[in-house]
Design a protein around this ligand. Structure first.
Ligand SMILES: [Fe+2]
Length: 231
């Protein structure tokens, strides 16, 4: 993980290439960001996805995440965002608006998985669909029907479409009907992950092809802003 200061961004730091290089970038800020500032930061990373639920801005690219709204309080299993959607959509940027620290977020870079582990799954394929706990909060019925029809499949071994890195891709929390033993993957991930503790006003961006991630159950109310983007 790489850390930069929000104030440094004006001097022309290329966040996109840092994201591609490390998969995970933390931006520290000593003050809360305005929604417009977050929106333009997200815009600079790639093409933002336009969404329907819990949107905060006119362009419909920034969503509010809270445990009263888009997500719950329970533990969220290791996953890659958008595993169940078509294509290479792969970036997420989050901003800590309030109390993000109530749950750590753990990340693991799956391009770093050892060759022996990758070889175990070299002909495996995963089929993906959104986990039940997201159905009512994140998707409309129409979106779920489309995702069901698409039945997205992804091989366990993929090549990053920009960096060409080989990645062990297995979104444990959203994989369907698999007969594969995923324990060797989850064991390696637990041993090799980064345990990220949120600080006030932090902004975090990651590459969803490389970075599997999870979060823990918590009590209280967390508020974050999120934009998902394509590169
Ligand atoms: Fe996620």
């Amino acid at each position: 993980m790489e850390t930069v200061n929000y104030g440094e961004l004006e001097s022309g730091i290329d966040l996109r290439s840092r994201l591609l290089k490390t998969g995970l970038v933390r931006i520290r800020s000593h003050r809360p960001l305005k929604l417009k500032e977050f929106e333009s930061l997200a815009q600079s990373l790639g093409k933002p996805l336009v969404t329907t639920k819990h949107v905060l801005n006119e362009n419909r690219t920034v969503q509010e995440l809270s445990n009263n709204g888009l997500f719950g309080e329970g533990e969220v299993e290791w996953h890659h965002d958008w595993s169940y959607g078509r294509g290479n959509y792969f970036g997420t940027v989050l901003c800590n608006v309030k109390n993000a620290h109530l749950s750590e977020t753990w990340f693991c870079d799956m391009s770093k998985a050892p060759t022996e582990l990758k070889n175990l799954y070299k002909s495996s394929v995963g089929r993906y669909y959104p986990p039940q706990h997201l159905h009512n909060t994140c998707f409309t019925e129409k979106q779920l029907r489309i995702l069901e029809k698409q039945k997205v499949e992804r091989p366990f071994i993929i090549k990053h479409h920009v960096t060409d890195e080989e990645i062990l891709y297995c979104s444990i929390g959203s994989i369907m009907d698999t007969e594969e033993d995923l324990t060797p993957i989850s064991d390696w991930v637990e041993e090799n992950c980064i345990k990220y503790k949120w600080e006030p006003h932090d902004i975090l961006l990651w590459d969803n092809l490389k970075m599997i991630h999870k979060r823990f159950a918590f009590e209280g109310t967390r508020f974050l802003w999120r934009t998902q983007f394509l590169i």
